[in-house]
Design a binder for this molecule. Sequence first.
Ligand SMILES: Cc1cc2nc3c(=O)[nH]c(=O)nc-3n(C[C@H](O)[C@H](O)[C@H](O)COP(=O)(O)OP(=O)(O)OC[C@H]3O[C@@H](n4cnc5c(N)ncnc54)[C@H](O)[C@@H]3O)c2cc1C
Ligand code: SF4
Length: 543
Amino acid sequence: MEREAMEVDVVIVGAGPSGLSAAIRLAQLGRETGREISVCVLEKGSEVGAHILSGAVLEPRALDELIPDWREKGAPLETRATDDRFLLLTKTGSLRLPTPPQMHNHGNYIVSLGNVCRWLKEQAEELGVQIFEGFAGAEILYDETGRVLGVATGDMGVGRDGKQKDSFAPGYELRARYTLFAEGCRGSLTEGLFERHDLRAGADPQTYAIGIKELWEIDPEKHSRGRVIHTIGWPVDNRTYAGSFLYHLENNQVAVGYVVGLDYRNPYLSPFEEFQRFKTHPAIRATFEGGRRVAYGARALNEGGFQSIPTLVCPGAAIIGCAAGFLNVPKIKGTHNAMKTGMIAAESVAEALADDGGPVLGAYPEKLKRSWVWDELYRVRNIRPAFRWGLWPGLAYSAFDTFVLRGRAPWTLRHRPDHVSLMRAADAPKIDYPKPDGEVSFDRLSSVFISNTNHQEDQPCHLTLKDPEAPISVNLALYDAPEQRYCPAGVYEIVRDGAGNNPRLQINAQNCVHCKTCDIKDPGQNIDWVVPEGGGGPNYPNM
Ligand SMILES: Cc1cc2nc3c(=O)[nH]c(=O)nc-3n(C[C@H](O)[C@H](O)[C@H](O)COP(=O)(O)OP(=O)(O)OC[C@H]3O[C@@H](n4cnc5c(N)ncnc54)[C@H](O)[C@@H]3O)c2cc1C
Ligand code: SF4
């Protein structure tokens, strides 16, 4: 069936901080130069912000540059970070450590990134940007030379069996002079672009963590607006890179989350259960007792940093924000860099449109290398990989690299892909997680319930298996099916017949919160996450 098509100057895939900043900068430049630039943004969530999950402490540097009068314009940055604490947890105690310099948050704000994106959307729309919410970019359009010509949204109304339902509507083609990929961490179209143009050649593999987050309303007596707490140590062992965040924002709310590096080794580890267990620590539990959990979600984040930055451009397209991977791990911040890379790419696109430039946006990586993003990421590039040696060697090396070498070491530590790190289950210690108490710790299903996740049930499964046998013949046989534990939404279950035989993998795709962990961590890279029907997925209120 023929698809309808629309032509614009620029199409942006993803309405997160990077995509919206690029859109706003393009529209601003169009106004400044008197050459209107038509921009449209696609967002797979039911609305902008619905799929955004972050900490978040926001460094406002890029926002100051993009919209200097953001205060007058009512940006939802209401809570200044005033009090930084960095704790080492042992099983029963806690020790306050000096806060590492990268984690000083003076001048930063504790925000809901979802709400910041909703506000950025309004700013973009006021400047004439078109935003299509509930539409997923499902296919990249190429010409015969491989030049990107835009993207197509997915077909709607296709049944689980692949057949068209009565409600069928074909996807829509958005054709553009330039396409910006702003899908965030592990973008599904971006992965295809990497492959098609070999954009990861010469870069280290990207590495990741999974971040699981809850939003709580707590007893006002225990709330301290502006407090920022990070912890390391318990409940994980010293070989596993993990830590928590607790941010006290407005309205007696606390954003609490736990981040586990996806290079963890023990297939029995469950990031979800580590998070639940973390909240029961004597130094943490009291904050949440008597409070109410209001939201839950999870999302992967990039940890590769400088050495994992891919080639950022190919004919007709550029990659911005966490789709490329600009998160600063020691700072645990990526939003300012995502916004800035979007802005730089926008400036390069505007120049190319004005000069009738060629298809390759070469100015974008050039300008980026001269920007503060590059310098910032270069200086911290060795810190995350040093934690591969364990918590104590990692901390010692980080102090040496930061205070003595000042990020200028004459070496660069390399990365390995996360999916190769799992030990065989037979060699790994089992982990006995406590049962949730229903007060501060919970199970997966009640958690997914408050992520407001919804997918049209009768549609093709968006978690596709390259080899349908591998979940049993490889994952279950060698690793005791780790997807049952790393998925924070209980999507993967090994089910057996009445006699406990004939195991098979059941995929509860409707629960998927789009964190992308399975696409990253599956030991055989057998799971391919593709976009479901637009609008499906979590509906985060203010994460
Ligand atoms: C647990 C956690 C804590 C964090 N804490 C902080 C913090 O405190 N401070 C900080 O600065 N950063 C933090 N970060 C990182 C920060 O959230 C990211 O750097 C930032 O969100 C990246 O912005 P982005 O626009 O590149 O991608 P995203 O924010 O991921 O946005 C991408 C958007 O694109 C949409 N999309 C994806 N694919 C498609 C498609 N095919 N079609 C249509 N739409 C699509 C998504 O739905 C989403 O709305 C944290 C991240 C996590 C996970
Ligand atoms: S199925 Fe994959 S992407 Fe979805 S929630 Fe589970 S791990 Fe995350």
